[in-house]
Write a protein that binds this ligand. Structure first.
Ligand code: CA
Length: 239
């Protein structure tokens, strides 16, 4: 498929998952290298410069957040964390430490490949921020955020958001496709001294969804990542 083979580092200690990942990623045309613990992952990352890193949070030798912090000290290579379902706090901590995204076990090939494509696309297009800075708007489906006029429309209809609601939607739009943790959103909107109470975000989000989602119970534009944060739908037709 791909003309240039992207190199993916699989950091995982479960032989069954390693086999699944190798098979799935090789079939999709990726070059796959593996590491079974944190120490060897760090050495492979510096010697092989992978294009994307898959990182199991439950490795035998090192804490996931420590590995991420070490990697982030010298490279912005996208990191997609693999975690167990019950580990919401670990997922949020990994994202706050600099991981780009996560995938929850058990996961299927379709979801895995979508996460990797998104992570790689963000490397290539640099960031949505740059693009939006040039174009002044972000559009996905029938929804458009107009950054210059502080406006959101759905099907061309003005959505009357409060200033705080607009800031939340604007922030998620600049990071479309990526999960933003509650902590990251609160810090970005109200500064480092902001209260880390998620309740205020949930109240704003409920109001935002009532206004802009055709069916607030089945959001089309802003998804909830349970226990972690929110993700705005990404326009996959670009990049
Ligand atoms: Ca493990």
């Amino acid at each position: 498929m791909a003309t240039i083979k992207n190199k993916i580092l699989v950091t995982e200690d479960d032989p069954g998952i390693i086999t699944f990942l190798k098979t799935t990623l090789s079939a999709e045309g990726y070059d796959v290298i593996t590491a079974a613990n944190g120490k060897s992952a760090l050495s492979v990352i510096s010697s092989h410069c992978p294009d994307c890193i898959l990182l199991d949070l439950g490795l035998p030798d090192m804490d996931g957040s420590d590995i991420i912090a070490s990697v982030r000290a010298w490279t912005q290579t996208p990191i997609v964390v693999i975690s167990a379902r019950s580990m919401e706090q670990d997922k949020a901590a990994a994202l706050d430490a600099g991981a780009d995204d996560y995938i929850t076990k058990p996961f299927g090939a379709v979801e895995l490949l979508a996460r990797i494509r998104t992570a790689l696309r963000h490397t290539y297009t640099r960031t949505e921020r740059d693009e939006i800075g040039l174009r002044g708007h972000y559009r996905v489906g029938a929804m458009e955020i107009d950054y210059k006029r502080y406006r959101v429309t759905v099907n061309g209809q003005d959505i009357r958001l409060t200033p705080n609601e607009f800031r939340i939607v604007a922030l998620l739009g600049r990071n479309a496709g990526r999960v933003m943790t509650y902590k990251a959103i609160l810090r970005e909107l109200w500064g480092p001294a902001a209260s880390m109470d998620n309740k205020i975000l949930r109240v704003h989000m409920a109001s935002i969804r009532r206004k802009m989602e055709p069916n607030p119970n089945e959001p089309r534009y802003i998804f909830t990542e349970v226990g972690v944060g929110y993700r705005m739908a990404e326009d996959e037709s670009r990049g």
